[in-house]
Design a protein around this ligand. Structure first.
Ligand code: FES
Ligand SMILES: [Fe+2]
Length: 332
């Protein structure tokens, strides 16, 4: 584990992060890194097992192994096999009648699956992954997107996803062109299900790609939106059109280390399901690429103290998120 601002922080280590799609943990072990800790993920029994990516025998990377015909994870070095719960079930060099040494069992990390994603905690879990109530509503469909790696701190990503003032500058290629740069006074409030943030109305350019997503014609589209956060780095953005169509985005950033992060987003939508998932997320992927291009130019961890950065009125949500993050990181 590298020592750094984020990786060594207990509160951050005790939180849940989306590190892979469920479908990416299948026929082969998957290697991920969270807060500087290398983890192997594999499917066994009823769920996903997460363990240090280091065999207890001679420290070979277990993610370089394979899943045997009995469903166990087999180490590439001497073939020790691990099953449900990280239990060592076989040491090939030892007769079957001799049980594996007690310390051969993998010490596991907490892992769970939610919203088509594998959520991981490399500490002692405190709290839960964020709640998206639409997941249980059959009027909505869920669309997952691949987990990408951004050369950027998760602190800067969450800050960006809460910020609407960059739209007319960063998102010129998608929806930002005709948007007013002046942001009305924001009022922070409890949204729902533990989300905290603000609501606002936006007039956005209805670009050809955006027309598909908004389901309406015309040059300008009006959207009622909300942006909210769930500590440490989860951001939810909801978009409602006057037609009743809702488009909900869950933007998830997970620190690989201080300045590298996983990013994935999930979409929920109550449309008539006629458009393909690929078409729907094409617009959001293009928007995400614009954010990535900007954010990868920013160095280091976002300063979390009160004085380093200068804020405008429209940064209210970011300021409050940073205050709460800083407070949670300082506690304990
Ligand atoms: S290092 Fe894994 S079995 Fe020897
Ligand atoms: Fe953006």
């Amino acid at each position: 584990m590298s020592s750094s601002i984020l990786c060594s922080n207990a509160a951050l280590r005790n939180a849940w992060y989306a590190v892979a799609r469920s479908i990416d943990v299948a026929a082969a072990p998957k290697s991920v890194t969270l807060l500087g800790t290398k983890v192997v993920l594999y499917r066994a029994g009823a769920g996903v097992v997460a363990a240090p990516d280091r065999c207890p025998h001679r420290e070979a990377p277990l993610s370089a192994g394979h899943i045997g015909s009995d469903g166990c994870l087999v180490c590439p070095y001497h073939g020790w096999a691990f099953g449900d719960g990280g239990h060592c079930v076989r040491v090939p060099s030892t007769a079957d009648s001799v049980p594996p040494p007690p310390r051969a069992h993998l010490t596991t990390f907490a892992a769970q699956e939610k919203y088509g994603l594998v959520w991981l905690c490399v500490g002692t879990p405190v709290g839960n992954p964020p709640v998206i109530p639409n997941e249980d509503d059959p009027a909505y469909r869920r669309i997952n997107t691949p987990v990408d790696v951004w050369q950027c701190s998760a602190t800067r990503m969450a800050d960006n996803f809460l910020d609407i003032t960059h739209f007319p500058f960063v998102h010129l290629g998608t929806f930002g062109r005709s948007q007013d740069t002046v942001v009305p006074k924001l009022q922070l409030e409890e949204l729902d299900n533990g989300w905290y943030g603000y609501k606002y109305d936006v007039r956005a350019a209805n670009s050809p790609l955006g027309t598909l997503v908004s389901g309406q014609a015309g040059e300008i589209v009006e959207r009622s939106m909300s942006s909210g956060f769930h500590l440490p780095f989860d951001v939810r953005s909801t978009i409602a059109y006057h037609t009743g169509l809702q488009h909900i985005l869950l933007l998830l950033s997970a620190p690989i280390d201080d300045v590298t992060s996983y990013f994935t987003f999930v979409v929920w939508r109550n449309d008539d399901f006629s458009m393909s998932a690929e078409e729907i997320i094409r617009f959001d992927l293009a928007i995400g690429a614009e954010d990535k291009r900007m954010l990868e130019q920013l160095d280091g961890v976002l300063p979390l103290d009160k004085t380093t950065l200068v804020n405008a009125q429209a940064d209210k949500a970011s300021v409050e998120w940073r205050r709460r993050l800083h407070e949670s990181m300082s506690a304990g």
